[in-house]
Design a binder for this molecule. Structure first.
Ligand code: SF4
Length: 205
């Protein structure tokens, strides 16, 4: 629907049973509070690149700027599998008119930042980004992205960082569409004015 805010989202946050252990990470704020205002396009990189459910857990190892995605016990390297799937999948997502993406915090595939990277030193350091999330952000540098828990962090809500940026992105996309249509003497009817979008954002917050 043209008027809907369209967000990509890590599939497990919607309650889908896609985690390595067959579980989920259902976030009721995202489904019950924000859900009525948005249309989600769910993505589970690990399942969709063919790793199956259940599967061995993964973690990031090596150079924090270019870490490898490796299984935690058997040390199988799935980096290239994930990267090549991501590049192909992002081609498809580019057609989806997304207004942003909500990533699962801490995931070696989907985490946006501060993901643990195991280096030669004994303790992992929270300085990486998941392989899919990193590829997504490189492919769509101007799209707003956020992690699940930051959307309802009380400190960050005052900045209204994630949700406002999703809304602004939608607003600007609609404005462009409307002015293009107006230029072609069409009379589009959009119920999603800038004011109404901001009202929605305030309600969701
Ligand atoms: S964090 Fe990402 S890869 Fe892991 S289960 Fe959720 S959607 Fe799948």
């Amino acid at each position: 629907m043209a008027d809907t805010i369209r967000l990509g989202i890590s599939s497990c946050l919607l309650g889908n049973l896609v985690r390595y252990d067959g579980g989920h990470q259902h976030d009721r704020y995202l489904t019950d509070i924000l859900g009525p205002y948005v249309e989600y396009i769910a993505v589970c990189p690990e399942v969709e690149c063919g790793l199956g459910i259940p599967r061995e857990a993964l973690h990031l190892v090596g150079d924090p700027e270019a870490p490898r995605l490796v299984t935690t016990k058997s040390a199988i390297d799935h980096t290239e599998r994930m990267r090549s799937w991501a590049v192909e999948h992002l081609q498809r997502l580019a057609q989806e008119d997304l207004d942003g993406f909500i990533f699962k915090k801490g995931s070696p595939s989907s985490g946006m930042e501060r993901v643990k990277v195991y280096t030669d030193q004994s303790m992992p350091r929270k300085i990486g980004a998941g392989i899919f999330a990193r590829t997504f952000m490189e492919r769509f540098p101007s799209l707003p992205v956020e992690e699940d828990d930051r959307l309802y962090d009380p400190g960050l809500r005052h900045q209204a960082s994630g949700i406002s940026r999703f809304i602004l992105r939608k607003s600007s996309r609609l404005s462009k569409k409307i002015s293009t249509s107006a230029g072609s003497k069409c009379c589009p009817r959009s119920s999603l004015t800038r004011a109404s979008i901001f009202s929605m954002g305030q309600a969701a917050l």
